[in-house]
Design a binder for this molecule. Structure first.
Ligand code: AMP
Length: 500
């Protein structure tokens, strides 16, 4: 049975259960399929080509319904968060050439012009008042190796690259999540990650295929601590899914404890290193909860390994292991790099002509394989350990960033002659700052002038990079250090806490 068939079956069984809860309102499975049915009908009327559909929206009910409706018509969806700067959205648009854009919020004129072929989903659509379960035809829906979604992630050239994930990749991931983690009846799962990040699939598909409820946090709630704590203290969550960085914020609130949240039974982390410090704090606050550290890149569909972090695991390790492989995946270490082989490996980078990029995907013994760029080791019993990156990708506040992406966009500015961006690490191997070294002819008579220049650079840069990629420190130099080959010597720049 395909994922959509599973979701439909559970929805028909429990039509009045909450599929998704926003702060203001709950939406039932019946209402979700009502919205899916209407949006898929709108797509059919437009009758676009078979190419993917770009969904421009927020983390909310309508955007989720638009993604599933796209799959119902047999097309892959490309989730793009509405806060993506215009120029970056344009890059994704021209790289993916979608057949159609579906928007779930009002657009500015520039976006309207870019998204010429579009459907604007009206918020009224979720208030139909219909009481019967809608008719839904899944005969054209994505299944098997059809593409399910394309998620765009930071690329080394300064242009995002799209990871194309099939329905069967996603089904394999969902099956694993539904078997190997704690199974909770009428699970209420936190849905915090933006749909444009693959961490969101940890919540969406396991919840919807088992009749669970998505507890959806808006961007306002995730960026405003007061709103966040109010929401968390006024709702029930059984399963927590987030990056470790996000739970670090929540741990700042003294009410984030088991006593206050007795229903919170499991925490699932992915996306960046779970530090000893975070795990220790969390287990102290929630001694009875299960804490899972999972690992995997977007290119291998969510996660491919996991381990339950217990006080014993904490006592035995100095750096937490990242787990045992999920069924269907075979892990290898080649020249110190973690290689993922098997049914989780995505189809590739969508229509990407750059061989240097696409060669990360390859085959081993006829099976799909992926070079993670992560350094690691595997013990005899199959336990995987992470030892940092072998390239210039970093995680900053839980977000994946190619440093060269920032550098390329800095270099494109007329006032910048050269740019090197370097991470600053703390003793827990966590990036605490991104330092931009900028080569420029400008001379500053005082600090105020330098600050004005930095402001200008940040303003220009914010047009092409996501806000979470913005460097936090700026150092201006007339010359860059060069190595013996005459190339810029990245190792010669002085940053605190290097050596990751
Ligand atoms: P993303 O595609 O955003 O999920 O980022 C994938 C990358 O995040 C991996 O290649 C790792 O570098 C890092 N990562 C993901 N999970 C973990 C983990 N549990 N521990 C350490 N690094 C992780």
């Amino acid at each position: 049975m395909s994922l959509l068939e599973q979701i439909l079956k559970i929805a028909q069984k429990y039509p009045e259960r909450i599929a998704l809860a926003e702060a203001e309102r709950d939406y039932s499975y019946r209402e979700m399929f009502d919205a899916i049915s209407k949006i898929s009908e709108q797509i059919r009327v437009v009758n676009p080509s078979e190419r993917p559909v770009l969904i421009f929206g927020k983390n909310d009910f309508l955007t989720l319904a638009a993604m599933l409706a796209t799959n119902v018509t047999g097309r892959a969806y490309i989730p793009v968060d509405a806060h993506t700067p215009f120029e970056r959205t344009e890059m994704i648009y021209s790289a993916s050439k979608p057949s159609l854009v579906i928007t779930t919020l009002p657009l500015t004129d520039r976006f309207k012009a870019l998204f010429a072929n579009r459907i604007e989903v009206d918020a009224q659509l979720s208030d139909s008042g219909l009481k019967d379960f809608p008719e839904i035809d899944l005969s054209q829906a994505v299944s098997g190796t059809d593409s399910n979604y394309i998620i765009y992630t930071s690329g080394t050239t300064g242009t995002p690259k799209g990871v194309e994930v099939s329905q069967s990749n996603l089904a394999s991931f969902t099956r694993w999540m539904n078997h190997d983690f704690e199974q909770i009846e009428q699970n209420r799962i936190l849905s915090q990650a933006l749909y444009s990040f693959d961490l969101s699939i940890f919540s969406l598909y396991p919840s919807l295929t088992t009749g669970g409820s998505l507890i959806s946090l808006s961007r306002d709630e995730t960026t405003n601590f007061k709103l966040l704590f109010e929401r968390l203290n006024s709702t029930i969550v059984n399963t927590w899914v987030s990056t470790p960085s996000f739970v670090d914020i929540c741990l700042l609130d003294p009410s984030f404890t088991q006593e206050r949240h007795p229903e919170l039974q499991q925490f699932i982390f992915c996306g960046e290193e779970l530090t000893m410090k975070t795990a220790e704090k969390l287990l102290a606050a929630f001694p009875s909860a299960s804490v899972f550290n999972t690992y995997g890149p977007t290119e291998a569909t969510g996660a491919i390994s996991s381990i339950k972090i217990t006080p014993e695991v904490l006592a035995k390790n100095e750096r937490l292991p990242i787990g045992y492989a999920k069924p269907g995946v075979d892990l290898r270490i080649m020249e110190n790099e973690i290689i993922i082989v098997g049914d989780s490996v995505a189809k590739g980078y969508y229509e990407n002509p750059d061989k240097a990029v696409t060669q990360a995907f390859f085959e081993i013994e006829g099976k799909p394989a992926y070079h993670t760029g992560d350094a690691g080791s595997i013990s005899d019993d199959g336990l995987l350990r992470y030892q940092g990156r072998i390239d210039f990708q970093v995680k900053f506040n839980g977000f994946r960033i190619e440093l060269q992406d920032i550098e390329a966009n800095l270099q494109a500015l007329s006032s910048v002659e050269g740019a090197v961006v370097l991470p600053q690490y703390n003793e827990q191997h966590k990036v605490t700052a991104l330092v931009a070294f900028i080569k420029t002819n400008r001379t500053f008579t005082d600090k105020a002038e330098e600050r004005t220049f930095t402001k200008e650079i940040r303003k220009e840069l914010s047009k092409t990079i996501m806000d979470y990629m913005m460097p936090t420190k700026y150092v201006y130099q007339k010359e860059f250090p060069l190595n013996q080959n005459g190339k810029v010597d990245r190792k010669a720049f002085k940053v605190k806490g290097r050596g990751e």
